[in-house]
Design a protein around this ligand. Structure first.
Ligand code: HEC
Length: 125
């Protein structure tokens, strides 16, 4: 009986891990060797650290579009990951919801794999 309980728990754990992975699937194949598909915890930490949440909500439009709206916009676009990576590392012009334009926040100082991870997370919302 005890053995079975452990087995069930192990299976549950594996299923939960699989669910967590698929919630954050890669959009295209730009993974470096050994790079995980997506780490949501690290992605959320970076978004918070770089104050992206001031202008972007998960589902709520603020000065900028919500991450879920962006994921919908880029769904099926094979260049999505590369485009958003470029967007976040070049500081191109962004039109805020009130109509004024300013340069988008540039996070080229962050590690490329951290940015890629965060982009994959945004695209999986
Ligand atoms: C001052 C407000 C502001 C901050 C801070 C900000 N953004 Fe944005 N962001 C915007 C606006 C506005 C747009 C829409 C730009 C447009 O469509 O012209 C945008 C667009 C985007 C896009 C979509 C770009 C595209 O090409 O469609 C992504 C991804 C994004 N932001 C991620 C982030 C991340 C990650 C951070 C934190 C590093 C961040 N933003 C910080 C306002 C902001």
């Amino acid at each position: 009986m005890k053995y079975n309980t452990h087995r069930t728990l192990g299976l549950l754990g594996a299923m939960m891990m699989a669910a967590a992975m698929s919630a954050c699937a890669p959009v295209n194949a730009t993974l470096a060797a050994g790079e995980p598909e997506c780490n949501p915890v690290a992605a959320k930490a970076l978004v918070k650290k770089d104050h992206c949440t001031t202008c972007h909500g998960l589902n709520k439009q603020k000065a900028g579009p919500s991450y879920s709206a962006l994921a919908t916009k880029y769904h099926g676009n094979p260049n999505a990951e590369a485009d958003l990576y470029a967007h976040l590392t070049t500081g191109d012009a962004a039109t805020m919801s009130d109509g004024h334009t300013e340069y988008h926040k540039c996070i080229a100082n962050e590690k490329p794999e951290k940015i890629r991870n965060m982009v994959r997370w945004v695209l999986s919302q």
